[in-house]
Design a protein around this ligand. Structure first.
Ligand SMILES: [Zn+2]
Length: 727
């Protein structure tokens, strides 16, 4: 069995004792290691004087501006905004301005903004200063949370907890919760949103806490929810004590209730989007969402990314814990967020080296960094700004897709199996450097499946008739489908079908394509859960008993109809994340292959132990230490148009040109080394982007030394002696 979390010290000692392995010493008290003092000097580069890309959604380096004084003056705002612009930031999220209904007596919390007049005048100043410095501003609001004053004046607008019949109060935030189905609250809220956005000149909004809080499925039982639930489903909201309904996924009433809660929040977001669309074209609209793959979050918080993205045009991946050991899980999760278009990434950090990892992870996965100022050093985004056109991707270079249906996560008791099966397939492909995209079932109608030669359905339990027909058409047109477990056993509401919806496809006519079904779920026996806990997470120790035969089965089945893979690798370790993107920007065309070094976990008998427990993560082992017989790392990309190959990296200032050969439809480059993170850029168009950004600067062929993080003695070698520890 694969554990779903890192082990506690006691559990670990017990497991070691059972396996006859030497027990591990507890972490010494100073194990968190020396904090680094800043970022490597290679990141502070002179900005390229090229015009920025047009589409700002594809070109975001964002930061949270907190600490806004009670009255912000123009002079002060200009100075701060110019400072942000100088370090490469082009999007600001103001913090402590989340709340639109502040009264004079409301206590201080992060919801407590100034009263509305001061809110607007301060934000006007902030937006104007940012715009003067070419920075966009995205307002950060809360959806349903209110403080005492508003609640006292409008107690009738509150969410009602079915258990007590009383207004819902969320102790952790100290807020009352207003119901988005209450027409009076909605009107007040949307009016305020419209006023604030019009007056301040915000370029977009991030609306947080579109949640039913506290996170219980006993909310909301207000008169409006009761009426709407009856109108929409034909059911009355049942007694919360009725265990035949509440918590029983076989009850259609319960599933209808879960769906009602999810759709209420999605509807609210769509209405906010409507307000934005009326004000200005192309405003950015997003909302923070942690654990979009979690069945727990869906049913208790009433949140669903797929439903929320009816309103959002940018998704937002809050990753917890954000650490290098959870990279398998996090990359598969990131792929889900990216399936909705551009996406922000927030990984919490308490030191520059952790922030560096988070930034590099975001860039590798094609996400925009959203930085929360937990550390006092503002991250130097100048390196990214210099190369910003390289980061404008035109989609992942891949011909494999994994299907994910959100009802499969929301409406079945065994939904965790579905998510873990998805994870297992995604992780096996990742480790084998087979690039894949996640495709959303409800978007099948507008997805061009023709670009994929393989579509994987890992226990996709819930599918609608339309979605099933799209999959059948895909196979008839020549596509290849692999399905596992209970795929298509249920409809999109979680109702069991008399016969699996895809049964005829597996048994009968498959047209020009092929469809394979396996009852077994190999992904379940090959996935790694998140390692470590909390927001940031220290290096957890985990027991690796993944079944390698299952991995081989996954890879063999997934690649059975791919004689010409888009990418082939030699000597690239499974713990190196490899992501290839098409790149097109104006007249520039190319392929950029991102490599992120996640090496450094030692397999000690049965346990996987990170070398660098403290998550300072300054120790990036060289992949060449892991390769035997003088082998070389090689990447072959399916393209014959390559005219030049480069390697750029924030690990050093030099730009490398790489040797490559073009043969049999592939361009093969030899990778001379990998520090922490790098991009191999292959020029395939008429114009050479890298050379133009460098303005003819010098290139080298020698892989340079990595510029260390300041404040650590040796930040580039493996700390073999680091004590293995536990969270
Ligand atoms: Zn309600």
């Amino acid at each position: 069995m694969i554990l779903d979390r890192a082990l506690s010290l006691d559990e670990l000692q017990k497991m070691c004792a059972e396996a006859g392995v030497e027990p591990l010493e507890p972490l010494p008290s100073n194990a968190c290691g020396e904090k680094t003092g800043g970022f490597p000097s290679s990141l502070y580069v002179r900005t390229a004087e090229t015009t920025p890309p047009d589409d700002w959604f594809k070109n975001i380096r964002s930061y949270v501006w907190d600490d806004i004084p009670e009255v912000l003056t123009m002079d002060e705002a200009n100075k701060i905004a110019a400072g942000y612009a100088d370090i490469g930031i082009n999007v600001i999220f103001p913090e402590h301005y989340r709340y639109l209904f502040a009264g004079p007596d409301d206590g201080v919390s992060w919801f407590n903004s100034p009263p509305i007049d001061l809110y607007i005048s301060n934000m006007k100043v902030l937006v104007s200063a940012c715009h003067r410095n070419n920075i966009k501003v995205v307002g950060h609001l809360t959806a349903c949370c209110v403080l005492d004053t508003y609640f006292r004046n409008h107690p009738d607008q509150a969410m009602i907890d079915l258990r007590s019949g009383e207004p819902a109060y969320f102790r952790r935030y100290g807020t009352y919760m207003m119901c988005p189905n209450n027409p009076d609250f909605k009107k007040e809220y949307l009016n305020r949103v419209e006023m604030v956005v019009r007056e301040t000149g915000y370029d977009g909004l991030m609306v947080d806490e579109t949640e039913w809080l506290p996170a219980e499925w006993s909310i909301c039982g207000c008169e409006h929810c009761r009426r709407l639930f009856k109108e929409q489903t034909g059911y009355d909201i049942p007694d919360y004590r009725d265990s035949l309904v509440f918590g029983n996924y076989e009850s259609p009433v319960f599933r209808a209730w879960l769906r009602f809660r999810i759709e209420t929040m999605g509807n609210f977001l769509s209405e906010i989007r409507g307000v934005l669309d009326n004000i200005k074209k192309d405003m950015l609209f997003t909302g923070c969402y942690c654990e979009a793959l979690s069945p727990f979050v869906a049913s208790y918080y009433g949140m669903d990314l797929e439903d929320m993205c009816r309103g959002h045009n940018v998704s937002f991946f809050e990753c917890e814990p954000a650490n290098p050991w959870s990279f398998r899980y996090a990359v598969a999760e990131a792929s889900y967020y990216r399936a909705f278009g551009p996406s922000f990434y927030l990984g919490y950090s308490i030191s520059p080296s952790q922030q560096f990892y988070n930034w590099a992870f975001a860039k590798t996965c094609g996400l925009h960094i959203w930085m929360f100022p937990q550390i006092n050093i503002v991250f130097p985004l100048l390196w990214e700004k210099k190369w910003e056109k390289v980061f404008i991707d035109d989609g992942l270079l891949c011909n494999t897709a994994i299907l994910f249906s959100s009802p499969s996560k929301n409406y079945l008791r065994e939904a965790y199996e579905t998510v873990n099966e998805y994870q297992g397939w995604a992780q096996a492909l990742l480790e084998n450097h087979i690039p894949f995209e996640t495709v959303i079932a409800s978007k099948l109608g507008t997805t061009d499946l023709g670009k994929y030669s393989t579509l994987i359905l890992p226990d996709v339990t819930c599918l609608s008739d339309n979605e099933i027909n799209k999959i059948i058409d895909y196979v008839h047109d020549g596509g290849y489908v692999v399905a596992t477990g209970r795929t298509s056993h249920y409809d999109e509401t979680g109702n069991q079908r008399a016969e699996p919806g895809l049964a005829t496809l597996f048994n009968d006519d498959q047209g020009k394509g092929k469809a394979v079904y396996m009852e077994e779920m190999p992904g379940l026996r090959y996935f790694v859960p998140r390692i470590g806990g909390g927001r940031i997470g220290e290096g957890g120790v985990w027991k690796d008993n993944r079944n390698e035969a299952m991995r081989d089965l996954i890879i063999e089945t997934a690649t059975a109809r791919q004689p010409d893979p888009v990418i082939k690798t030699t000597n690239i370790d499974p713990e190196i994340v490899l992501m290839p993107y098409y790149h097109a920007s104006g007249e520039y065309k190319g392929i950029s292959v991102h490599l992120l070094n996640c090496l450094g976990t030692r397999n000690d008998g049965i346990m996987m132990i990170p070398e660098d427990m403290a998550f300072e993560y300054t120790a990036y082992p060289s992949p060449y230490d892991y390769i035997e017989d003088d082998g070389k790392m090689k990447i072959a990309v399916r393209s014959e148009d390559v005219s030049q190959a480069y390697l750029i990296s924030p690990d050093f200032e030099e730009v490398l040109t790489l040797d490559f050969t073009v043969k049999d439809g592939y361009c093969e480059v030899t990778v001379p080394g990998l520090g922490r993170y790098e991009i191999i850029y292959l020029v395939t168009g008429k114009k050479d982007l890298i050379s133009d950004i460098m303005k003819g600067g010098a290139v080298t062929k020698e892989f340079p030394a990595i510029v260390p993080f300041p404040g650590v003695d040796d930040s580039t070698s493996v700390q073999k002696e680091t004590q293995a520890g536990v969270i």
